[in-house]
Design a protein around this ligand. Structure first.
Ligand code: SF4
Length: 255
């Protein structure tokens, strides 16, 4: 059976989270993790990935799903150049550390730790700052330099979707008064951006799939960067059918 190379694969491992950040473009958290059979289906026809992003929600809530990703890469002998994980670092246990270590042995594992002002407002509210900072130290120790703390990232780009739809003009004025570079996008700009993203839908040449493919936690194949509420109308297709992952990608029509 022909195996495929994928340039950029984004997996939304979960929609659950330990935080509820005011700017979260994912919107209200949901108790949904990516089903294990969808994870199996995604990796079945692949032999190489350049960039694999595991995102959420909070990915480190998902021992079972991360283990399944590792199992699939290992048993199918898939070469993955980079695996990136985005986390808020509020949750860590020995099993998760073991899985992260395993992932770091089969690929270049990169951990991006969210830490902008919005995250810290939420961390302070939930009294999780000390735990977060302790976990960051543990992750850095485990993975040496391949762990980036975005605590000092001073550039903010907020799409007015998800939780950010609830921000009032007073909130926006306050954000803009911070001594940081702020880019508060209005929804119409976001929609234009979305059209551009959809136009850049993935395409196949021989056995290579270029651009970006995102599979969300419900098994939808979707364009990158939009909120939960909008996705049902915008998904390219679903993996909850008889077709293989590749067959589903072949069904994607360019706008
Ligand atoms: S921004 Fe990240 S950490 Fe904050 S609620 Fe959304 S998914 Fe969770």
């Amino acid at each position: 059976m022909m195996k495929y190379y994928i340039e950029n694969l984004y997996l939304e491992i979960t929609r659950n989270c330990t935080l509820e950040c005011a700017h979260c473009f994912k919107g209200k958290k949901q108790n949904i993790n990516m089903p294990l059979n969808i994870i199996d289906k995604v990796f079945k026809d692949i032999d190489k990935i350049d960039f694999l992003l595991l995102c959420g929600g909070e990915v480190l809530l998902c021992d079972k799903e991360l283990e399944r990703v590792y199992f699939n890469i290992k048993t199918n002998n898939i070469k993955v150049n980079y695996i990136s994980i985005i986390t808020n670092a509020t949750i860590l246990n020995s099993n998760i550390l073991k899985i992260l270590k395993e992932l770091s042995l089969i690929s270049n594992l990169q951990i991006y730790i969210s830490g902008d002002k919005f995250h810290f407002m939420e961390l302070e509210k939930k009294k999780l700052v000390d735990i977060r900072n302790k976990n960051v130290r543990i992750l850095k120790e485990l993975l040496n330099a391949k762990c980036w703390d975005y605590q000092y990232n001073e550039e903010y780009k907020i799409d007015k979707v998800g939780n950010a739809l609830l921000l009032t003009q007073k909130d926006i004025d306050e954000i803009n008064s911070w001594k940081i570079k702020t880019n508060y996008k209005i929804k119409s700009e976001y929609e234009t951006n979305l059209k551009r993203i959809r136009h850049a839908s993935p395409f196949i040449v021989n056995n290579s799939i270029f651009r970006y493919i995102q599979v969300d936690a419900c098994g939808n194949i979707s364009p990158i960067y939009y909120s939960y509420n909008e996705e049902d109308n915008l998904a390219y297709g679903t993996l909850n059918n008889e077709n293989s992952f590749i067959e589903n990608i072949k069904l994607i029509k360019k706008d």
